[in-house]
Design a binder for this molecule. Structure first.
Ligand SMILES: Cc1cc2nc3c(=O)[nH]c(=O)nc-3n(C[C@H](O)[C@H](O)[C@H](O)COP(=O)(O)OP(=O)(O)OC[C@H]3O[C@@H](n4cnc5c(N)ncnc54)[C@H](O)[C@@H]3O)c2cc1C
Length: 390
């Protein structure tokens, strides 16, 4: 399948059509005929994902190349999005699980590797401790757990919406699932794609020098994962899609539905810890809503470039709020389950969930304060920088 333009088509993306470009042309009975003029221009030599082949194709360079129109002319972009939306959720999943894979490897390593002693231990004769005993190493492991399990929870939520929009017995719920998925797709694609490689970067750091070598598996995780913020729409493009389109479509019905869904989990927080986290999420959400309303007014008044200049900040703000919500959901479930857990393994599992939720609320959610300031002031530093000044 190839996107291309028919001669005289409208300018820009509105003039794109979808074609099938087969290797062989077929006769009227569908039997293979001449070789079509599509050929391999070369292999793409990639940073990662070397287990899959990516190629550059050339069309019509050596022989006539025939493409067969799929559907209506100039509707190519719309058709492409039928595939792209699912592909984008798939990219988010891939990024989250590669991030998680690096976490699993570095966790095992940190339990094994002996290096240094506790800061309070002055006796040089005392045995060295596994590096997992150092708070700074636990910070790197906790961040990976928070990114990996937060990203996975988000993708699984997206997968659930994808199912519900087709199979939920209630027609209204099917429609609502579709709207929520539409709104959240840029976040499901981007948040794990941005934070998966960050997790892999930390996995390399936990391994120290060993992490930088090919003898150990985590450098490959980072190389593979680095594609995810690029393909199926870069992070910058996803930010523009969210702030320029998705937030406002259908009179922001998707956003209203999302806030209703979040409200259920904010109210479900029962323990002191969960209630504290619910409060900080609720306060951040209120500030984000105010900022969103201001940005909306600015868009309507025609200040499009200025409003969308910091769309990536908005995506970070929105993404962190959604993943904080995912952590609150997990924390609520873990707090309830902990009360009736029977074994040490179960108790450790739920305590780990609660500590990772705490990490997200103490270390990650506060980082949106800067996004809020930049967006509130509609900071024009990047917009007004001139190419000649670099
Ligand atoms: C390994 C690999 C496999 C791929 N496989 C396929 C495939 O199977 N099929 C396919 O069709 N494509 C494929 N691609 C292409 C991929 O989808 C594009 O690389 C990607 O969409 C980015 O487009 P680009 O490379 O043209 O970058 P550009 O569009 O040139 O973007 C470069 C930078 O500029 C920013 N930017 C661009 N436009 C704007 C804007 N309007 N506003 C703000 N910032 C902007 C981007 O965010 C990015 O940071 C593949 C790419 C790779 C690396």
């Amino acid at each position: 399948m190839v996107l291309a333009k028919i001669k005289g088509a409208p300018a820009g993306v509105k003039g794109i059509s979808l074609f099938i470009v087969p290797k062989f042309r077929v006769d009227s009975d569908g039997n293979p005929e001449d070789r079509n003029g599509v050929s391999l221009a070369g292999l793409i030599h990639k940073l990662g994902y070397r287990g899959t082949t990516s190629t550059a194709l050339s069309f019509g360079d050596d022989a006539p190349c025939h493409g067969y129109l799929v559907g209506e002319p100039h509707q190519g972009l719309k058709y492409m999005f039928q595939m792209m939306n699912e592909a984008r959720v798939g990219v988010g999943f891939g990024a989250a699980v590669i991030g998680y894979r690096g976490y699993m490897h570095s966790l095992e390593y940190a339990k094994d590797r002996l290096q240094g002693r506790k800061a309070s231990e002055k006796n040089p004769e005392s045995p060295q401790v596994p590096i997992i005993e150092h708070a700074d190493v636990r910070r790197m492991l906790l961040a990976q757990k928070a990114y990996g399990e937060g990203g996975l929870a988000l993708c699984l939520y997206g997968a659930r919406l994808m199912d519900d929009q087709h199979t939920h017995p209630d027609e209204q719920k099917r429609s609502e699932a579709g709207k929520l998925l539409d709104l959240l797709t840029p976040v499901i694609k981007t948040w794990p794609s941005e934070h998966g490689p960050k997790a892999n970067d930390l996995a390399i750091q936990v391994y120290g020098g060993a992490g930088y070598t090919r003898e150990y598996p985590v450098e490959q995780c980072w190389r593979d994962n680095r594609l995810n913020p690029i393909h199926e729409g870069t992070t910058g493009i996803q930010g523009l899609d969210l702030l320029g389109r998705k937030i406002w479509q259908d009179q922001s019905h998707g956003l209203q539905l999302l806030m209703q869904e979040m409200q259920v989990d904010l109210e479900a927080a029962t323990t002191d810890r969960c209630q504290q986290w619910a409060l900080s999420l609720s306060e951040t959400l209120q500030q984000a809503v105010k900022v969103t309303q201001n940005l909306g007014k600015s868009l309507v008044s025609g200040e499009v470039d200025k409003t969308l200049a910091n769309a990536s900040c908005y995506l970070h703000l929105f993404g962190h709020i959604i993943v904080a919500w995912m952590w609150l959901r997990q924390a609520n479930a873990a707090a309830n389950a902990l009360a009736s857990a029977n074994t040490d393994d179960e108790r450790n599992f739920y305590q780990g969930k609660l500590q990772a939720a705490q990490y997200f609320f103490h270390w990650e959610l506060p980082t949106v304060a800067q996004d809020l300031v930049l967006l509130r002031n509609m900071d024009d530093t990047c917009l007004n920088m001139k190419a000649e000044w670099f």
